[in-house]
Design a protein around this ligand. Structure first.
Ligand code: NAD
Length: 311
């Protein structure tokens, strides 16, 4: 029997699929001390995690560990280099939570355009501020999508009912692929200059860290909206702070340097900020759990490792 630890409140469908398949002993303990579990279970074969930190120390404590599966997209919480050095595959479940994020983008756009966040407490307090909350419509607007991967593509698709002009920037997407999505590829500077909304859907890495800087922000139309549901470091926060008032840029934000309680440095410049809710839907949780279990079975039974991220 292969021992699998799920140290998180992942949908129980992962455990159900592995147990129904047979050959697995699955232990699911939300908020488990993973290091201690690894030390006490030398036969630990696989870990299925969400955003729990998997350190070199944990990997070293689990001599039989073969695979760590991140039920979700981002895997910056896992020491993937150390895992590779120890022969441990790390996988994510690409695409499982894309729809959740795409819908969040549209929720943020509409909430901002119609002042829903401010109008609710005002109305509850007995006020009737119809003029103050005069809104805008998102239909027909120009929307720039930076990064046309799983999420960026779905954003394009889900937005199509609003009959937008869609611009896209992604160095790995060909014009004909963009065209099939109804997206016109544009240079990044052009996209920022022409868009009423710019929404970010690219990874944070050495190339993209601080990419949304003074130069790009300075090109935005007055009153344009920047949405970051990707990773915090992509936006140069100080540059946005410096230009926000002058350019009247609105900033809708889901992501932070760390996922944790406490004051957030973007609070003074974010018009709407939510606690990394993009993938927090029941459907995304279930889909990621199902994919994680199936990918583990495929790897163990047939050596299929398409989703391995640390080859
Ligand atoms: P993906 O890998 O499918 O797509 C990323 C796209 O970005 C790729 O098409 C890639 O070619 C493109 N890209 C890479 N470098 C670029 C650059 N310099 N400029 C423009 N495009 C570039 O990833 P995804 O699943 O679509 O995720 C996109 C982002 O959303 C990631 O940052 C991910 O961590 C984040 N994310 C956030 C949440 C959330 O809850 N808010 C959930 C899932 C993913």
């Amino acid at each position: 029997m292969k021992k699998v630890l799920i140290p998180t409140a992942l949908d129980s469908v992962a455990k159900d699929i592995l147990e129904a398949h047979g050959g697995y002993t699955v232990v699911q303990i939300p908020k488990c001390d993973i290091l201690q579990f690894a030390r006490e279970n030398a036969d630990l074969h696989a870990l299925i995690v969400r955003s729990e930190k998997i350190t070199a120390e944990i990997i070293d404590a689990a001599p039989a560990l073969k695979v760590i599966i991140r039920a979700g997209a981002g895997y910056n919480t896992i020491d993937i280099q150390h895992a590779r050095a120890k022969g441990v595959d790390v996988m994510n479940t690409p695409g499982a939570n894309s729809n959740g994020v795409a819908e969040e983008v549209i929720a943020l756009m509409l909430a901002d355009a119609r002042h829903l966040i401010a109008a609710d407490p005002s109305c509850r307090a007995g006020k009737w501020e119809k003029t103050t909350f005069m809104g805008t419509e998102i239909t027909g607007k120009t929307i720039g999508i930076v990064g046309l991967g799983y999420i960026g593509r779905l954003v394009a698709k889900r937005l199509s009912g609003f009959e937008p002009k869609l611009l896209g920037y992604d160095p790995n997407v060909k014009p004909e692929q963009a065209q099939a999505l109804g997206v016109e590829l544009a240079a990044l500077t052009d996209l920022f200059a022409r868009s009423d909304y710019v929404t970010l859907h690219l990874p944070e890495n050495a190339e993209t860290k601080g990419m949304v800087n003074r130069d790009l922000l300075g090109r935005m139309k007055p009153g344009a909206v920047l949405i970051n549901c990707a990773r915090a470091g992509i936006v140069n926060e100080d540059d946005l702070r410096a230009l926000k008032a002058e350019k009247k840029i609105r900033f809708l934000n889901d992501v932070y340097p760390k996922d944790e309680e406490g004051p957030k440095s973007v609070a003074d410049i974010a018009d709407i900020m939510v606690p990394h809710l993009g993938a927090s839907t029941r459907e995304a949780n279930c889909k990621a759990a199902e994919l994680a279990a199936r990918q583990l079975i495929d790897l163990d039974d047939r050596g299929i490792g398409n989703a391995v991220v640390n080859r």
